[in-house]
Write a protein that binds this ligand. Structure first.
Ligand code: ADP
Length: 504
């Protein structure tokens, strides 16, 4: 099992090779003072043996040794450890030898005799270059991690995230057999879907590396990295740890999303059931209230009227709940038919006149005399506009005014239908304007609380308008009023002057 922490390797491991024991001693003493780990070898053979068994960052070797030249040792050493840097100590060498050596991967030269400071400086410079180079490699590797992590982040499906994590780990480790084993019981890839089978008895295969998947302080499961038969146990790398960290978070998010989606489904089912169950008793209340009202007089009749009004409010809430459910389930559909703009506006205002009177707000409408017919869903558009006018009436104090203005833009402006609902009400702060179209958003002031509502009217209205290919926007001046503008890019059919064209 590995822990998901990273280590910082700043201590360098240096191998000094010289057939002069004194040189080895001086180098060891000089370099140890800078905290580096120094090993020495008196012959190239001894050096190659050390290189085969231990890892080094730098080889500092004499150029002239009896058994093998320093350059040949460097070549063989780099075959064993390709990332090794080599510095050659030389008493005399021609410039062409030096140039050739540099081209063949020698990092630097140290001319003999050298003083301790020179030695330290050359080694420090070489190690610094090496660190920069390694950092460069690390950064480009991290780019792959970022790309992989983007792939995780783009999915909210646990199986997809697990598959992307496995693919990224396979690329990083070269291993084929990798499993994501979640505490919830899910295993990816599922049994039989991969070349290597997951040991369903839960027994960890020999040499497997087990990495924990943790996020937000809790364990989600493990990743099993299983080497092929006879291969050594895989070793954790920084990239692997980062992939595990990012993958864990993405798996956690996918789990949360699945839970939320499930809750959402349950909520939707509940709303469907509750609204259906409320409809019938409401119809009974409204029916009997209507009959009672006719048979009563005076105060009692007023009381029954109050019952009817309250029941109608509940009915509106039930309507909103049903609409909200349709909205969330993307079930709002459009059934287009030919609509006469003037009669749409007339119906709208006729329906809302009683509310306007009750509120003491004047409701006016303006439409052009020229008849305009267009294609749209009459019922849905009426619903959308009803929400806009209803809001105007609710958020305008008594004595105010709501005006519905309908018309058509000039051809050069696009020829769209434009319906504006202006009120002289309380208005909306500019920072709230874009939010009022979000589901359940209500401006948090006492007026909104008094008016009730579910905060879905504008979201529904915008969806309906957008399903018609149009737009719904709002402008407002707090304290002065608001303007909601519907633009419907529907090619209208013009007809002769309508006798009914009106200003109500
Ligand atoms: P609600 O059912 O709560 O009215 P809406 O989605 O229709 O939901 O409106 C969201 C919120 O936007 C309202 O609660 C109110 O705060 C604000 N709002 C909408 N129309 C107006 C308006 N004409 N004037 C002032 N505020 C408004």
């Amino acid at each position: 099992m590995i822990a998901t922490t990273m280590t910082d390797q700043r201590v360098a491991r240096i191998l000094v090779v010289d057939d002069e024991p004194d040189i080895c001693t001086i180098c060891t003493m000089a370099l140890r003072r800078s905290n580096d780990v120094v090993a020495t070898a008196g012959t190239p053979e001894e050096a190659l043996h050390l290189l085969a068994t231990d890892s080094f960052d730098l080889l500092l070797t004499d150029i002239l040794m009896p058994a093998m030249t320093g350059l040949e040792l460097a070549r063989r050493a780099q075959q064993i450890q390709p990332l090794l840097d080599v510095v050659i100590m030389t008493a005399q060498a021609s410039s062409s030898v030096l140039e050739d050596a540099l081209k063949n991967g020698i990092a630097d030269f140290l001319p003999k005799p050298f003083d301790v400071d020179q030695l330290r400086l050359t080694i420090a410079r070489t190690l610094q270059r090496q660190r920069l180079r390694r950092e460069n490699v690390r950064l480009s590797t991290l780019t792959h991690v970022i790309e992989a992590s983007r792939a995780f982040a783009h999915s909210l499906d646990q199986a997809d995230v697990a598959t992307a994590l496995i693919a990224a780990l396979q690329r990083e480790t070269g291993l084929q057999c990798i499993h994501v084993v979640l505490d919830s019981g899910s295993v990816y890839p599922a049994a039989g879907e991969d070349g290597c089978s997951y040991p369903h008895d839960g027994a960890v295969p020999p040499n497997a590396l087990i990495a924990p998947l943790t996020a937000h302080g809790g364990q989600l499961g493990q990743v099993w990295l299983i080497p092929a038969a006879g291969q050594p146990e895989p070793q954790p790398t920084e990239v692997m740890l980062l992939l595990l960290e990012h993958g864990s978070l993405a798996l956690y998010n996918a789990d949360v999303y699945a839970t939320l989606a499930d809750l959402d489904h349950q909520k939707s089912e509940f709303i469907a059931l509750a609204s259906h169950e409320l409809r019938t008793p409401l119809a009974v209340v409204l029916g009997y209230a209507a009959m009672l009202r006719d048979s009563l007089e005076g105060r009692q009749q007023e009381q029954v009227t109050e019952i009817t009004r309250a029941a109608l409010r509940i009915n509106d809430v039930v309507d909103d709940l049903i609409n909200m459910r349709q909205l969330e389930a993307n079930e709002v559909t459009i059934r287009p038919q030919s609509i006469r703009l003037q009669s749409l506006i007339r119906t709208l205002c006729a329906q809302l006149q009683p509310l306007a009177q009750e509120r003491g707000v004047e409701l006016l409408s303006r439409a052009p005399r020229r008849v305009i017919n267009f294609w749209g869903d009459h019922e849905r558009l009426l619903l959308a506009l009803t929400h806009l006018v209803n809001n105007g009436l609710r958020f305008t104090p008594s004595g105010g005014r709501v005006i519905v203005t309908a018309g058509q833009q000039r051809a050069e402006q696009g020829g769209n239908l434009v319906i504006a609902v202006d009120d002289t009400g309380i208005g909306i702060e500019s920072h709230q304007i874009h939010r009022i179209f979000q589901r359940f958003y209500q401006v948090s002031d006492s007026r909104t609380r008094e008016e009730g509502g579910l905060g879905i009217g504008l979201a529904l209205a915008r969806t309906i308008i957008e399903l018609h290919g149009g737009s719904l926007t709002a402008q407002s001046v707090p304290g002065s009023g608001s303007r909601f503008v519907v633009v419907l890019p529907i090619a209208p059919v013009s007809e002769p002057v309508d006798d009914d064209a009106h200003t109500a």
